[in-house]
Ligand binder design. Structure first.
Ligand code: NAD
Length: 495
């Protein structure tokens, strides 16, 4: 690892319990988006490396891992959770170096990760089959939940280990083996996790990591004929490409995709609490979160008062060094993101939006910093209102009645998350039912938990992660029919 400021940390692929270079010998540098300097060198894997990793995962499934009992898998998962807890601060630092998000956010996520491993460790031996009382006489029928097989996971850069864990913990609990392709921008923490998987005592080949620049490694994994399930988190466009590739092999697919989530504020809401929730929803993590509450849908009568509170707080947000404890917003994670967000500022101005605050980069900080931005006088046809920005940009849409609020909130192809801010308990539950989103918070925003399903409607994805059902997505259900009468049946009739 890093021995001097100037020396790059050197990483290797992790396949079959071994560290190794890419077969091509190619590598690339991982850049710290705050300093702009390269800090690590990682292998640039291609299809041949993915093939090796999938082969190792298959052998582990057919070998020692496949022979472990569910309680034994649970014990290993618990041990992995303990090791992550031990190293959480270090893992958080590595993630901040790779993606520039606040150290307190990334270290906080790393400290929370063990809860996912403990939760799914507990589920490993409680996901039971059942004996089914059927309409066929003289049969004993029962089900078994068997591992779906080799899982190929592809994850983005914004919360690398958290989004990996949402897949890895249930997959291992179910008895699958795993190949992950982390984001090109954030490869390091996943390679560090591989060391902890090994230390926990998982057999070689159960967990494999292939890092690679650009689409090739991900494409090879999504389309590999020996991958049984593809678990993807990332943009909607890439998710569609991944689903196409997986479909050629009839691999199972879970997709956690983009969002354009609405925070709906009624006139009776506690406006200070709502303003705080809106800030948390769209400016925390520099807006680089799938569940960003990027559209404020607000009752006309309180719009000006609420926007004033949000703008006042947004202008005080401390933008700067993500490792400094007082910083509230770090840089955008990479040049691609930076250019994309600046492009949205430009298009919003061209299309007639009013910039209530922000709308520019932070010249004195250089790098990929932008100001927290609030856009008013927008309409639902504008690009900044329709498309996922994945940056600290809030658009404000006023409504006059509940039906209007629902129409605006649901008026996007996405459906990942939403919130309702009101003191009226009847309206809160009514709205929660009417909003088309996988998560709806009432008088709150941006909380997740291992016990609670997470995922999207519409273009925000397919399937759910977290919660007790998540383990089901990594299994195949087998029905077993045992004939009890020993009589000869008519071979030409069904049943
Ligand atoms: P991305 O779609 O560009 O990349 C995601 C992953 O896919 C990366 O590992 C990338 O290398 C890989 N990839 C790129 N092209 C590929 C291809 N053709 N085939 C296979 N793999 C390919 O997304 P990103 O920019 O890394 O992340 C931001 C996006 O992720 C946003 O849209 C955000 O909303 C979404 N996201 C969703 C959730 C969720 O849970 N719903 C969570 C976090 C982020």
């Amino acid at each position: 690892m890093t021995t001097t400021e100037t020396q790059l940390a050197e990483y290797a692929l992790y396949i079959d319990g071994n560290s190794m270079p890419a077969e091509s010998g190619d590598s690339y540098e991982s850049i710290n988006p705050f300093t702009g300097d390269a800090w690590a060198r990682v292998p640039d894997a291609g299809a041949a490396d993915v093939d090796r990793a999938v082969g190792a995962a298959r052998r582990a499934l057919d070998g020692p891992w496949g022979e472990l009992t569910a309680p034994q898998r649970g014990k290993l998962l618990r041990k992995l959770g303990d090791l992550i807890a031990r190293d959480a601060d270090r893992l958080g630092e590595i993630e901040t170096k790779d993606n520039g998000k606040l150290l307190r956010e990334m270290a906080g996520q790393a400290k929370a990760l063990p809860e996912w491993y403990y939760y799914f460790a507990g589920l490993a031996d409680k996901f039971e089959g059942s004996v089914i009382p059927t309409d066929r006489a003289n049969y004993l029928v029962y089900t078994r939940h068997e591992p779906v097989g080799v899982v190929g996971a592809i994850v983005p850069w914004n919360s690398p280990l958290l989004l990996l864990t949402w897949k890895l913990a249930p997959a291992l609990a179910a008895g699958c083996t795993f190949v992950v392709k982390p984001s090109d921008y954030t490869p390091a923490s996943t390679l560090e996790l591989a060391k902890l998987v090994e230390e926990a005592g998982f057999p070689p080949g159960v967990f494999n990591v292939v890092t690679g620049w650009g689409p090739p490694a991900g494409q090879a994994l999504a389309g590999h004929p020996d991958v049984n399930k593809v678990a993807f988190t990332g943009s909607t466009a890439t998710g569609i490409a991944v689903a196409h590739a997986a479909a050629d092999n009839l691999a199972r697919v879970t997709l956690e995709l983009g969002g354009k989530s609405a925070q709906v504020v009624f006139s009776d809401a506690d406006l200070d609490a709502a303003a705080n929730g809106v800030i948390a929803g769209v400016f925390a993590a520099t807006g680089q979160t799938c569940m960003a509450g990027s559209r404020l849908v607000v009752h006309e009568s309180v719009k000006d008062a609420l926007v004033a509170k949000i703008v006042e707080r947004a202008e005080r947000i401390k933008v700067g060094d993500p490792t400094a404890p007082e910083t509230e917003m770090g840089p955008l994670a990479n040049d691609r993101q930076f250019e994309k967000v600046l492009g949205f500022f430009e298009s919003a101005r061209e299309q007639g939006a009013t910039v209530a605050c922000g709308g520019q980069s932070v010249a004195e900080l250089g790098g990929y910093f932008v100001r927290p931005t609030v856009l008013t006088d927008v309409d639902p046809t504008m690009r900044a209102v329709r498309e996922e920005i994945f940056g600290p940009v809030l658009t404000v849409l006023p409504f006059n009645d509940e039906d209007g609020a629902v129409a605006l909130a649901n008026g996007t192809q996405y459906g990942l998350a939403a919130s309702v801010w009101t003191k009226d308990v009847h309206r809160a539950h009514r709205m929660a039912a009417r909003l088309r989103a996988g998560s709806v918070w009432v008088n709150a925003y941006r909380t997740v938990s291992p016990q609670v399903p997470f995922g999207g409607f519409g273009a925000s994805g397919i399937g759910r992660e977290n919660g007790s059902d998540a383990i089901r997505a990594y299994t195949e259900t087998k029905a077993i029919w045992v004939e009890l009468s020993a009589e000869t049946r008519d071979p030409f009739t069904l049943g």
